[in-house]
Design a protein around this ligand. Structure first.
Ligand SMILES: Nc1nc2c(ncn2[C@@H]2O[C@@H]3COP(=O)(O)O[C@H]4[C@@H](O)[C@H](n5cnc6c(=O)[nH]c(N)nc65)O[C@@H]4COP(=O)(O)O[C@H]3[C@H]2O)c(=O)[nH]1
Length: 890
């Protein structure tokens, strides 16, 4: 357009000149352009939209080995492909190539790829679509670069590969020398570079035994040609840590299949192994706890288990003392023994190292540097010689949250626990808590099984054991053992009058006193109720010295005891048996001390008796007696005698006392005092008493039915009978069966019987009185009746005990007592009868002192029912103090 304008305006010559110049310029420009294109190092070609070649350079012709003249403009893409195929520089078949090229050409973005030519060269192709259609592509021969890259890649990637593997990887020759080792193996073998491993053997890295073990395994692989797969092995690495490995060792062959060494790979399974050890260890410890293994052993195992999991850690368990203020050694298998001895018994407090403080605070105390932490200020000197630098303590708690002890981990380095250690602390304190709690529960069960809960003294179960030990000791050292059997007198009275709490308090006080007055090696046992046994260990072979100890015990028991507002004095019946004189074994000694105690009771209580062999024959007799008594009722061997009771003023028989007799098949007539106590002990008295009641009522009714003057029949009731709940209904039965009116029956109860349980006694007496039955107090004066209590008793008569009557004629004291009782009884509206009256003087005294009635040999011994019948039949009553008409021997 510019040229035409000029043509219109100027001359042709000018135009031609300008045109020539422009053509020249363009030609020069094209030449420069072609020169430039031909001189670049990459092949280049341009194609138009019709896939016809616009331009290609020389390098392109060179790369594809096509003569430049065969690459004229206008050449089609498929013709070009044909030429490359012919030149052997195509990367694929013609169709495939055309398909690929067209798919690339249809895109709008550039693509780069590497083509591998048929002649082996590698060409990098960069393809760029042109805005108006067609494309330009550059081609670079990178054959050499690719080759060197490949070599570099292979080399670098193999080492990199194996170095990145955290497992151990190695290749060894047939002499077990390392040819290749990865970084992990070199590092753990203490080598800086992997190349430092080359040529080394296991003997350069491990202890000889371990190296030999590896050598044998590898030689086995090499000689058999069979791989070893996933075998567990352990090594000690350069840092001294033990590692468990799962190793695979495979024979290595060259292309000719010749054995040239082996390839090994080993995977670190230490963590898994530790988990296994921990799991197995935990199971083992729980089993030990379940099997009641000693606590020290369980804790020792636990500490070793903890230490097996960690490196450079020492475990320790301290147990909280019963007093709750001190810590005792529990287990610390790896701590220095001297150190554990020094901290044994350490106090709990706010600044007592890690352990004492952790228990005090009831929370973990982590001391990372013992040398700096103020909690250790007072203990630094103590710990310094052992080099412990950090101590992490955690209280061991029961499931209820009570502190049982403390677990500590000591380390020689200044640090705090890592996560794994914290987990292990939790695990350990939990297991230790279970073990300690179990032990405490067992101790408690054991204590309860062997001790009396009230007094906390050993019980019968422990007695034999302690006594056996004492006997063994005495045997060996030629000493004595003294067994003291103690039965408190009238303990029941305290229980009944002051209540069970007072009784318990009394027992506890006496138990404490007994313990205080014997040696620590002696044993005080509560057998139950009010019975105690003391085993005096290691006694001198001298009865006098033993008596001294006994006297101390008696005094301890007798000292006043203040309970609430009461001041009590207790006495005891004590029996003593000594080893070896009175028995060679615990059972005999106990039985003989018991027999001696009974003897003391028979002797009127509040005394002690040494065992003598006669006690045994007595015990034997008692045993036989019991058997015979059981049969006596069935065989009707019992009978009753009757002793008259006379009105002192009128001389009339106003009552008769029924007194039992036993006609023994071989011994003849046996007096009641011989068998009544045994009948009481065995309970047979209840049946016997029932029989007496029925027989006495029946006899009295028989006398009445015979038309004889009416008298009261007096029947003795024993304590045991009185305690029977159905005493009243038994009395009702006897009255009903006999048809006797209640007012003609009197029950004699002893003063001590009433005092055993005043409330119950008064209630029963009231019931009987309501029936119309009379009550009298037998043996009055021997018991403990207080006057105020006496007033409340529904009692018709007091019987003054024979012991006061015996000497009443001469003894002023007895006279005073008897006259006092007479006036007392009369003031209380009771009649008073004197028992055991034998002489005229006694009668005279009684008459003078206004006694109401009397009973005794002076008038009549106990006689048969017939004799009483005759006596009653006599029409004329004897004068005031006559001799009886007839007397039969008792
Ligand atoms: N030396 C002497 N003794 C005299 C005289 N007057 C009476 N006695 C004896 O004194 C005892 C009086 O009976 P007790 O005090 O109830 O003492 C009775 C009573 O406690 C008990 N007893 C007797 N029969 C029975 C019974 O059927 N049941 C119960 N539970 N105990 C009975 O046995 C005890 C002794 O009975 P006995 O041997 O029959 O002895 C009787 C009687 O024979 C006397 O002037 N001089």
């Amino acid at each position: 357009m510019v040229a035409l304008a000029k043509l219109a305006a100027g001359s042709y010559e000018t135009l031609e000149r300008e045109l020539q110049a422009t053509i020249k310029d363009l030609e020069a420009q094209a030449l420069r352009y072609e020169t430039a294109i031909n001189n670049i190092s990459q092949g280049i070609c341009f194609f138009d939209t019709d896939e016809r070649l616009i331009l290609s350079n020389r390098r392109y012709a060179e790369i594809y080995r096509i003569a430049p003249e065969q690459l004229q403009a206008g050449l089609t893409l498929s013709e070009l492909v044909e030429r490359r195929l012919a030149a052997g520089t195509s990367s694929m078949a013609a169709d495939a190539y055309l398909a690929l090229a067209r798919s690339v050409n249809s895109g709008t973005t550039s693509r780069i790829w590497t083509a591998k030519l048929a002649d082996g060269r590698t060409i990098k192709v960069c393809h760029q679509p042109m805005p108006g259609g067609g494309w330009v592509s550059t081609h670079e021969d990178i054959t050499e670069l690719a080759a060197s890259r490949q070599i570099a890649d292979e080399r670098i990637s193999l080492q990199t590969l194996i170095d990145w593997v955290p497992d151990y990887l190695w290749v060894k020759d047939t002499e077990s020398r390392f040819i290749v080792a990865n970084r992990a193996l070199a590092h753990d073998s203490g080598r800086d570079k992997t190349s430092d491993m080359i040529g080394l053997t296991d003997f350069d890295l491990h202890a000889p035994e371990l190296a030999q073990k590896f050598r044998l395994v590898e030689q086995n692989v090499l000689s058999s040609g069979r791989p070893m797969i996933d075998e567990e092995e352990f090594v000690v690495d350069a840092s001294g840590a033990v590692k468990w490995l799962s190793s695979t060792k495979v024979p290595l062959r060259n292309v000719k299949n010749e054995l040239i060494g082996l390839v090994g790979i080993a995977h670190d399974i230490t963590a898994r192994k530790q988990e296994d050890v921990l799991r197995d260890g935990q199971a083992r410890i729980l089993e030990m706890i379940a099997m009641s293994a000693p606590l020290e052993k369980v804790l020792d195992h636990l500490m070793r288990l903890v230490e097996s999991q960690l490196t450079g850690i020492f475990g320790s368990v301290l147990l909280l003392d019963k007093d709750g203020t001190h810590l005792r050694h529990g287990a610390a298998p790896s701590l220095a023994k001297e150190y554990t001895a020094l901290i044994d018994g350490i106090a709990v407090g706010s600044k007592v190292g890690s352990c004492g403080t952790a228990v005090y605070r009831r929370e973990p105390v982590i001391v990372t540097d013992i040398m700096q932490d103020p909690l250790w200020e007072d203990y630094r000197e103590l710990v310094t010689p052992y080099g412990y630098r950090s101590c992490w303590s955690t209280p061991i708690l029961s499931h209820q949250g009570d502190v049982l002890g403390v677990f500590a981990m000591y380390s020689m380095t200044v640090r705090e626990p890592v996560e794994a250690e914290t987990r292990l602390i939790e695990f350990t304190t939990r297991i230790a808590g279970i073990a300690i709690e179990r032990k405490l529960a067992e101790d408690q069960i054991h204590f309860l099984a062997n001790h009396d809960v009230l007094t906390r003294l050993p019980n019968r179960a422990l007695l034999e054991d302690r006594l056996s030990q004492a006997v063994l000791y005495a045997q060996r050292y030629d000493r004595w053992v003294t067994v003291v059997f103690i039965d408190l007198d009238n303990f029941k009275l305290v229980n009944d009058t002051l209540g069970h709490n007072a009784g318990d308090e009394l027992l506890k006080t006496l138990a404490r006193r007994m313990v205080e007055c014997v040696k620590a090696t002696d044993t005080v046992v509560r057998l139950g109720g009010d019975e105690f046994v003391i085993v005096l260990f290691d006694q001198p072979t001298n009865v006098d010295l033993i008596s001294e100890s006994l006297q101390t015990i008696r005094e301890a028991i007798a000292a006043p005891i203040h309970i609430a507002e009461h001041c009590l004095r207790t006495t005891a019946s004590i029996g003593i048996a000594n080893y070896p004189k009175d028995g060679a074994n615990p059972q005999t000694l106990l039985a003989n001390a018991d027999a001696a105690m009974y003897r003391a009771k028979e002797f009127g209580r509040d005394n002690f008796q040494f065992y003598t062999p006669e006690f045994n024959s007595r015990a034997h007799e008692k045993f036989v007696l019991q058997g015979e008594l059981r049969n006596a009722l069935v065989r009707s061997e019992f009978s009753l005698l009757y002793q008259p009771q006379v009105d002192l003023r009128s001389g009339r028989v106003i009552a008769v006392e029924a007194l039992i007799r036993w006609t023994h098949p071989t011994q003849g007539v046996v007096a009641p005092m011989t068998f009544i106590p045994t009948a009481e002990e065995t309970g047979l008295i209840v049946a016997i008493g029932d029989w007496v009641l029925h027989e006495a009522c029946r006899q009295n009714k028989a006398w009445q039915d015979a038309g004889l003057p009416r008298v009261t029949i007096c029947v003795n009731v024993s304590a045991r009978q009185f305690r029977e709940r159905n005493l009243v209904s038994r009395v009702v039965n006897a009255l009903r069966d006999s048809g006797l009116e209640a007012r003609h029956l009197e029950l004699e109860v002893t003063e001590s019987l009433i005092m055993q349980d005043i409330e119950l006694a008064v209630a029963t007496m009231n019931e009987l009185q309501e029936l119309g039955v009379q009550i009298s107090i037998d043996d009055f004066g021997t018991g403990y009746s207080s006057l105020s209590a006496l007033k409340t008793f529904p009692v018709a008569r007091l019987k003054i005990d024979k012991s006061f009557i015996d000497n009443v004629a001469d003894d002023e004291n007895d006279q005073a007592v008897v006259s006092a009782v007479i006036s007392l009884g009369q003031k209380l509206n009771m009649r008073v009868i004197a028992e055991g009256v034998e002489t005229e003087d006694q009668v005279a005294f009684l008459l003078k002192n206004n006694c109401d009635e009397m009973q005794g040999y002076h008038y009549s011994k106990p006689v048969s029912a017939q004799a009483i019948g005759k006596l009653l039949k006599a029409a004329a009553w004897p004068p005031v103090h006559p001799r009886p008409r007839q007397q039969q021997p008792d």
